[in-house]
Design a protein around this ligand. Structure first.
Ligand code: SF4
Ligand code: SF4
Length: 190
């Protein structure tokens, strides 16, 4: 008798669910905005003059539990400068077949070069296309930025450069947050 009543209770749960509002989203025709801090694909950020923030230190690669990041650093020269420091990331790859989007690489990055966007549509059917290169990961040039290589435009010394760069980057971030506030929270932190 007890077994029989348990079965009735079980069907009762199913029956109640039939009257609940259906929460199915017709993806991909309908796309809901993600939470602001959603871990989507990565981005390699730039300073306000367009130089790259990545210094090729490989700390992100060492922090990655899935061994998904490959970095090769190289020296900047005065004739060919990609970042304001001594070194830059010459080769940068993230293997999205391995990446579990945990964000530990972002925590490890000392220059905030690496952040994550809200973009989650990463599926593909070939291995090659899921290994993203530096050219795919680096942030697009915004107004006032110039494609590297070029000299440091924000100051003659590293102290001047980083002081002004931080102020301008904060202003750019505030502007972009303000302009995107009407569309919901999209895009990654810088
Ligand atoms: S998000 Fe996690 S798994 Fe993906 S590259 Fe970064 S550290 Fe590795
Ligand atoms: S993304 Fe950050 S941690 Fe990774 S190599 Fe560049 S500077 Fe270093």
């Amino acid at each position: 008798m007890a077994d029989f009543l348990d079965s009735i209770k079980g069907f009762g749960v199913t029956f109640r669910q039939m009257f609940n509002k259906v929460d199915t989203v017709e993806y991909p025709e309908v796309k809901r905005p993600t939470a602001p801090r959603f871990h989507g694909r990565h981005q390699l950020n730039r300073w306000p003059d367009g130089l790259e923030k990545c210094i090729g230190c490989e700390l992100c690669a060492w922090a990655c539990p899935a061994d998904a990041i490959y970095v090769e650093g190289a020296n900047n020269t005065e004739e060919e400068r990609y970042s304001p420091g001594e070194r830059y990331g010459r080769v940068y790859q993230i293997n999205y077949l391995r990446c579990i989007l945990c964000g530990l690489c972002v925590e490890a990055c000392p220059t905030r070069a690496l952040t994550m966007t809200n973009e989650y549509e990463l599926a593909d059917d070939s291995r090659e296309s899921l290994i993203w290169t530096k050219e795919q990961l680096v942030a697009p040039l915004q107004a006032g930025m110039e494609a590297p290589p070029h000299p440091m435009r924000l100051g003659d010394t590293e102290e001047e450069y980083y002081a002004l760069g931080a102020v301008l980057a904060a202003r750019q971030q505030a502007d972009s947050a303000h302009s995107s506030s009407g569309e919901g929270s999209r895009g990654g932190a810088q």
